[in-house]
Design a protein around this ligand. Structure first.
Ligand SMILES: [Zn+2]
Length: 384
């Protein structure tokens, strides 16, 4: 059995250990030590990384009571090596995980809901709870959580047995009967957990709930704690500062400023649409009636304007065609007629303009691939 140093001292970041075995495995070597501070994946917390001698520890997992360190080069069995954890990473994970216990313990204490899912991802933690909580209720939990940090409570971690274990009330996702490790935060939480934790709640630092959404009859939240939360707050602050600069408003005024921008945009859209229709009418008026076909090419008209233009031109000719776009990007078209069954003639028409599209007997629409001049000549001579 490997001595689990991470249970004796969660803040041990450097130690020496004797290599017990080193076996080649896919993509490297698997090493066992006489003692280790490398925590194998468990309780939702990923495995530690670091170094054993010159070898990089890429992954650690426990298999049949053996703690296997996956390393990138072979080590000599029987020899003693200096070992070092990637400490910043481990500390951040402990801040997040202990913070999760604080939040889950408070949600259980205040609302009676269980933590039914926990994932420590690369960007944030995801936690699921068995009942619905409003954002206001979650912000109250966040407040209590940060007050728990300020109280700097000592964590009590032990392996109760027999009578004591039987009597103890604690949160647990599994029905464990032996080797139950209890992580207690006095007055806040008591939970079965196998992961290393901070010594005192003050070490967790900032606890920040980021998002909440309904999930399977309960709530799914994302959160960050400690330095990860501080960095996230910094990124968000920089975003808001950048937006306030772009909008030339104070930082606390960005929301009403964006709302104003969106309203303005909506009004302008409406105005552009009206102008498009007006332009379509003027263009239709300027065209002389003919027994043949009429074709209009335009770079700015949107679909409602094109449709209006075709509707007006249909009274002035056999086949009325309006195109929007350019030779380089292609043309969107709407073509209408009061006398020709366009649906029946769509194949011939599309062939003549390099197009694809269809519609009703009175009106078809689609895209044309030929250049404006070729299309113009085709429509001028087309007698369906
Ligand atoms: Zn835990």
């Amino acid at each position: 059995m490997t001595e689990k140093l991470y249970y004796l001292d969660s803040h041990l970041r450097e130690f020496t250990a004797v290599v017990r075995s080193c076996e080649e495995q896919k993509g490297g070597w698997a090493v066992t030590l006489d003692r280790t501070a490398f925590f194998p994946e468990g309780g939702g917390q990923p495995a530690d990384t670091g170094t054993i001698g010159d070898a990089r520890v890429l992954d650690v997992h426990e298999k049949n009571g053996r703690i296997l360190h996956s390393v990138d080069r072979p080590l000599t069995a029987g020899e003693s090596y200096p070992c070092a954890l990637d400490w910043e990473q481990r500390l951040r994970r402990m801040q997040n995980h202990s913070g999760e216990h604080v939040v889950s313990g408070l949600i259980y204490r205040e609302h009676g809901f269980d933590n039914v899912g926990f994932h420590m991802g690369a960007d944030c933690m995801t936690m699921d709870y068995s009942g619905e909580l409003s954002w206001e209720e979650l912000m109250r939990i966040e407040q209590l959580a940060n007050e728990t940090v300020r109280a700097d409570l000592p964590l009590h971690i032990w392996f109760p047995e027999g009578e004591e274990l039987a009597r103890l009330i604690y949160r647990s996702k599994l029905d464990l009967t032996e080797n139950v490790r209890i992580v207690e935060i006095p007055g806040v939480d008591r939970c079965a957990c196998c992961a290393p934790h901070v010594d005192r709640t003050g070490e967790v630092g900032l606890i920040k709930i980021l998002t909440a959404e309904r999930h399977r009859g309960g709530v799914r939240i994302t959160a960050l704690c400690g330095m990860d939360a501080v960095e996230e707050a910094r990124r968000r602050q920089e975003s808001v500062t950048a937006i306030s600069g772009l909008l030339s408003v104070k930082r606390d005024q960005v929301v009403p400023a964006v709302e104003r921008q969106l309203e303005q945009q909506a009004r302008q859209k409406e105005r552009v649409a009206q102008l498009g229709l007006e332009l379509a009418r003027l263009r239709a008026e300027s065209m002389a009636p003919t027994e043949g076909n009429l074709a209009v090419f335009d770079s700015v008209l949107d679909e409602p304007a094109l449709r209006e233009l075709v509707n007006l031109l249909m009274d002035k000719c056999a086949v009325a065609a309006a195109f929007s776009g350019s030779d380089s990007e292609g043309w969107r078209y709407i073509i209408g007629s009061r006398t020709v069954d366009l649906r029946a003639k769509a194949r011939a028409l599309n062939a003549g303009i390099g197009g694809r599209g269809g519609g009703s007997p009175e009106m078809i629409q689609g895209r044309a691939g030929f250049d404006a001049e070729t299309i113009r000549v085709f429509l001028r001579d087309w007698r369906p």
